[in-house]
Design a protein around this ligand. Structure first.
Ligand code: G3H
Ligand code: ZN
Length: 287
């Protein structure tokens, strides 16, 4: 059964580790991530962007697929199905469709409007036991049509949003979606420390998890980060493994053209990277 992300993130915050949010795009992604979580006895959050939801034929299809897998693959670790960077309308739709967690990303609105809209989503979500993530500041780069300026979050605004009763808070601290440019300055730990001071025990969320050096990940966890989002890295390893299979001409040998064979190396690559992240984040054996 899907669960809200609230308890798993409180436990992570208290236990000084982070739960990975891995974005899904299709059946292969979903199965690979769920099986890896089960094999490593780790809680996990499946992230669905609005674009990926559309690609997978809508939120109800996603809910049906994930619930089916939880049952038929005997997944017993805590799993949250979470809308990633949701709009106000998107958040309401996934709540109706049966998601167990939602991000309302109001970071592009003036703070007062972000507060008002976040409050409304919390009221709807809480009445159904669904967890809510909000965002302050912004994440640089672009993810699935969501573009951010990379504004460092203001700790006072973080406190205002945290006090509304969100379950987790994403704050811009120099993190960027996609691959980091060579001249990237790194995460702003002074800002993160101030945000942690302002928001107390609030589980903080680090977006743009792809390509952040391990030492920075560990430092972020020590400063209150309890959820880390990874998307691009799974896409990169999947694409590389698939390319290798095709370029080696494996699709031309025997029944190598069978999609189940073509996808297999990419699926294994996703499983390997998800396991690596779970070990780095410290969520192994925390289910
Ligand atoms: O919301 C999802 C993420 O922040 C993922 O970022 O694609 O850079 O790993 P990433
Ligand atoms: Zn993100």
């Amino acid at each position: 059964m899907l669960v809200s992300a609230s308890k798993m993130l409180k436990d992570a915050r208290a236990g000084q580790y982070a739960v990975g949010q891995f974005n899904i795009n299709n059946l292969e992604w979903t199965k690979a991530i769920l099986q890896t979580a089960q094999e490593n006895n780790s809680p996990v959050i499946l992230g669905v962007s609005e674009g990926a939801g559309k690609y997978m034929a809508g939120y109800k299809t996603v809910v049906g697929m994930v619930n089916g897998m939880l049952e038929e693959l005997n997944i017993t670790v805590p799993v949250a199905l979470h809308l990633d960077h949701g709009s106000y309308e998107g958040a309401k739709k996934v709540i109706e469709a049966g998601f167990s967690s939602v991000m309302f990303d109001g970071s592009h609105y003036p703070i007062e409007e972000n507060i008002t809209k976040t409050k409304e989503i919390i009221a709807i979500a809480n009445s159904k036991g669904i967890s809510v993530e909000a965002e302050v500041g912004s994440i640089g780069g672009e993810e699935d049509g969501v573009v951010g300026a990379g504004e460092i979050a203001d700790p006072k605004e973080c406190k205002q949003i945290a006090d509304l009763g969100v379950d987790m808070l994403a704050a811009g601290i120099g993190n960027i979606h996609g691959q980091y440019p060579e001249n990237w300055q790194g995460l702003n730990f002074d800002a993160l420390a101030q945000i942690q001071d302002a928001t107390g025990e609030m589980p903080l969320v680090l977006h743009g998890g792809t390509g952040i050096p391990d030492a920075m990940i560990k430092e972020a966890i020590s400063l209150g980060v309890a959820k880390i989002n990874v998307n691009t890295e799974c896409q990169l390893v999947f694409a590389a493994a698939t390319r290798k299979y095709i370029e080696a001409g494996k699709d031309l040998e025997g029944k190598g053209f069978d999609p189940r064979k073509i996808f297999a190396p990419g699926v294994d690559a996703i499983k390997a990277i998800v396991k690596e992240k779970m070990e780095l984040f410290g969520s192994v054996n925390k289910a």
